[in-house]
Design a protein around this ligand. Structure first.
Ligand SMILES: O=C(O)CCC(=O)C(=O)O
Ligand SMILES: [Fe+2]
Length: 384
């Protein structure tokens, strides 16, 4: 294992699994020097500039969702992964804070679904933010302080709610997809050549400093011609991108706050994983620019802008939470144009194949048996 850093692309049946374990390891810590860092631009011969559609939407439309004009984005491709596009933080200064606040305060609200619903009465998960905000503000970092509901949040689903047991989506289990996130996703997809993309399902992952996400492929969507979009906020992480088979070797890259990954075309169904969050005390690149003194949006905000300044008190909670956490939002189109869900029986038989319950580790403290059972199916995500 010690040799891993010298040759990141290990071959052999357990290549991906070994790489996952290597970057997850705490003691001794891994060597991060071979992890691709797109914030440094074309830093290796595996990285090349990606072509975007500059005319996909106007500068004003971009600003309305907190994005820079497409011409200003730094987008990259990765040798050997056609259809994979990495956009290095295209957000306007400070506008990430709006999206962070949405992920922590707004999207966990009902009727959206979260991990806490699996083992708590609905009345208790109806107001996660309200029950947590004051307590988080008062925290002073002591280890014995009980964790708030917000700190126990692991995932939230939006739109067509992903069913972790059957690994399917269904027409019956659906709530309206947030308009702001839908608009932002459409813009990103259009810039990457998918103007018809429609945001229909979202999975939000809430990572603490010791969380990881096991090796998996996102194939439950019925339409794979549309891209999968992934937005990261907060602490940086190591992301592993593998091949079409679980055993294929993987490439390690950092994701920093504000980064967007687009998995499309031949890369839409590649295996991937998040072995490590780089929250303190790990000595590794941090996410610059997120924890500025001022959280006021620097650009003029027009009245119809979706992204607006957030209240000081709200940001205080978000900032506290993000000191040791990472948020990831994946946005998916589930159905192709004119496509409908097959009947339920057919749906189960044809789709429950290999996605697996890959989602993150949860400390035993807040796992009930049902959730734990689900997670026991995971590959690497339950290993420590
Ligand atoms: O957290 C990430 O970067 C990846 C999330 C992911 O792969 C998923 O939700 O399917
Ligand atoms: Fe995924």
């Amino acid at each position: 294992m010690a040799k891993m850093a010298a040759s990141v692309v290990e071959h052999g049946q357990d290549a991906f699994k070994n790489l996952f374990k290597y970057y997850k390891r705490r003691n001794p810590p891994p060597d991060f020097s071979n992890v691709i860092d797109f914030s440094k631009g074309v830093s290796t011969d595996k990285v090349y500039p990606a072509k975007l559609n500059f005319a996909a939407f106007s500068e004003r439309d971009a600003r309305m969702v907190g994005l820079r004009p497409v011409q200003a984005w730094r987008a990259f491709g990765l040798e050997g992964y056609p259809g994979f596009i990495f956009i290095s933080n295209p957000f306007l200064p400070d506008s990430q804070q709006y999206w962070v606040k949405q992920c922590l305060k707004v999207y966990p609200q009902k009727p959206n679904v979260c991990n806490l619903d699996m083992h708590m009465p609905a009345a208790e998960t109806a107001d996660i933010w309200e029950r947590s905000a004051e307590l988080i503000r008062k925290k002073n970092g002591g280890k014995s302080e009980p964790r708030t509901l917000l700190e126990r949040l692991r995932w939230v689903t939006l739109g067509y709610h992903y069913n972790w047991d059957t690994k399917t989506y269904s027409a019956e289990h659906h709530s309206s997809f947030p308009a702001d996130l839908s608009r932002m996703s459409q813009h990103v997809a259009a810039a990457c050549g998918f103007p018809a993309f429609s945001a229909e399902a979202g999975i939000l992952n809430y990572y603490r400093s010791d969380s990881s996400l096991g090796i998996h492929v996102d194939e439950s969507e019925l339409d794979h011609t549309m891209p999968l979009l992934s937005f990261s906020f907060g602490q940086s992480a190591v992301f592993l991108l593998g091949g079409a088979k679980r055993e294929d070797p993987a490439t390690a890259m950092f994701t920093h706050s504000g980064d967007i990954m687009v998995m499309s075309g031949a890369s839409r169904l590649l295996y991937h994983a998040v072995p490590r969050i780089l929250a303190p005390p790990t000595v590794a690149p941090t996410s610059p620019g997120l924890f500025k003194q001022s959280h006021r949006l620097q650009q003029d905000i027009s009245e119809d802008s979706l992204v607006h300044n957030i209240e000081e008190g709200d940001w205080e909670v978000c900032e506290h939470y993000l000191r040791t956490s990472r948020l990831n939002v994946t946005v998916r189109q589930v159905l192709g144009p004119g496509q409908a869900f097959p009947s339920q029986t057919l749906n189960k038989v044809t789709l429950s194949s290999s996605r697996g319950s890959y989602h993150q580790d949860e400390s035993t403290e807040d796992v009930n048996i049902k959730t734990k059972k689900m997670r026991n199916n995971t590959d690497c995500s339950t290993e420590s």
